[in-house]
Design a protein around this ligand. Structure first.
Ligand code: GLC
Length: 434
């Protein structure tokens, strides 16, 4: 029986808090219709019509080594792949269903190849697993909130045995926790209405998961969804509590705290465009500069960012995503000290950007330059050991200019004569305290 142990929890969370930045990968049959991962539900596609994608699925370009390298080169430290999404299609060789990648033309256990590639790249291995399953006959159809057949009375729920579905679901989770080596993150998705906690037989499920993968980190969606924090925030964690809160497509304004005001671990999961799964006409991609600043924002508020890519039906990450990952990686190669292991700073947010911190290091992220020397709010001159451009290590002197003599209590940094910041996206000053 799993019992919450604070010391054990903090220990297993160490790498996760250090990592700060991960890749989410949404991939499956829905990449063929290419209208997002909810296409079967949104368009109320009957199961037999959806099966054409199963018979067609053959991602000839699938090479998870390329995905893992893209993640590593972007500075990401963990990757979470959809092993099974809501459509019920398994990217792994489950013995409990025929609706799986090994039964498609590709005939491959896509998860097996993925975990090997991610480990080889030195990254932590995460798997997303949908609690919801629109393929399984015992999952509620008519009247469910999301099922593709929710509006079809002919798909009534007579004879559907939800407990039999739960046994199926638990068996698949056991397969994932048994057949693919060490799993570092297990990302369940998602609870809604009465389907949460024990309705999933959550205690039994988590006892099994934690007995097979004692160091695994689990999200909070056995209890909630992108909304709701879960029982860890109540100070009274349920056996199936999440290890982190999972805000979706938003960044919590002040980070996330529990009922006692203690900071909780959280991870904002964010798409690059507006879809998790591949969407052929969704070209509304966030600029790389924005994504870098959002990563900084998450870290400055004590959280992680899980940035999503949705590979296409051939198995390729879209060019728009690769371009952004390259820019993010270039910035991270020079500035990752201001991200990894960092969190909230003991000073307020400056109006020129944000601040992240790690021990005696404060990282001032300058998005815009000041007129004259740059004020560094909240610091005392006598507390400062050094100021450096993080990217180059070059010394930044504390300014002694007369122009700010009216503000003796504020430390100003002398950035030199060039009014243009070296990094147009985010120039980082590393301030080391005594
Ligand atoms: C929502 C979406 C699901 C996606 C998840 C990622 O739950 O419904 O498709 O996988 O967000 O956080």
């Amino acid at each position: 029986m799993y019992q919450f142990d604070k010391a054990e929890y903090e220990k297993r969370m160490e790498w996760y808090r250090e990592a700060r930045f991960g890749m989410f990968i949404h991939w499956g049959l829905y990449a063929i219709p290419a209208r997002g991962e909810w296409v079967r539900s949104v368009e109320e596609i009957p199961r037999e019509d959806y099966m054409k994608y199963f018979y067609e699925f053959n991602p000839t370009d699938y090479d998870p080594k390329k995905w893992a390298q893209a993640a590593r080169d972007a500075g990401m430290k963990y990757v979470v792949l959809t092993a099974k999404h809501h459509d019920g299609f398994c990217l792994f060789d489950s013995q409990y269903t025929d609706f799986k990648s090994t039964n498609t033309k590709c005939g491959r256990d896509l998860v097996a190849e993925y975990v090997e590639a991610v480990r080889e790249a030195g990254l932590k291995v995460g798997l997303y697993f949908s609690l919801i399953d629109w393929y399984h006959e015992d999952f509620p159809h008519y009247g469910d909130r999301n099922h593709p057949m929710r509006n079809h009375p002919e798909c009534g729920n007579e004879g559907r045995d939800f407990d039999r579905y739960l046994t199926y679901m638990h068996n698949q989770v056991r397969e994932i926790c048994t057949n693919y080596g060490k799993i570092d993150v297990l990302w369940f998705d998602f609870s809604y209405d009465q389907l949460r906690g024990e309705a999933w037989r959550g205690t039994e499920l988590i006892d099994m998961v934690r007995s097979l993968q004692p160091e695994v980190i689990i999200d909070n969606r056995l209890e909630v969804s992108g909304e709701g924090y879960g029982s860890l925030a109540t100070g009274n964690p349920a056996p199936y509590h999440g290890d982190f809160v999972s805000p979706e497509q938003m960044i919590p304004p002040n980070g996330i705290q529990d009922v006692n005001g203690e900071d909780l671990a959280w991870e904002a999961c964010v798409t690059m465009n507006n879809n998790w799964g591949y969407h052929a006409t969704d070209h509304y991609f966030k600029p790389a500069s924005m994504l870098i600043k959002k990563l900084v924002e998450c870290v400055s508020k004590g959280g992680n960012m899980l940035l999503n890519v949705g590979p296409d039906a051939r198995g390729n990450i879209p060019e728009e995503s690769m371009e952004r990952l390259a820019v993010i990686g270039a910035w991270m190669r020079k500035n990752s000290d201001s991200i990894y292991g960092c969190g909230k700073a003991p000073v307020g947010k400056p109006d020129f950007g944000r601040v992240t911190a790690k021990g005696k290091k404060l990282y001032f992220h300058l998005y815009e330059n000041a007129i004259g020397p740059v004020p560094l709010p909240g610091l005392k001159k006598e507390d400062i050991a050094s100021i450096r451009w993080l990217a180059t290590g070059a010394e930044i002197p504390i300014s002694t200019s007369w122009v700010h003599s009216d503000y003796p209590d504020i430390v100003f940094a002398n950035l030199g004569p060039d009014p243009v910041l070296p990094d147009e996206i985010d120039t980082v000053l590393e301030v080391t305290l005594k």
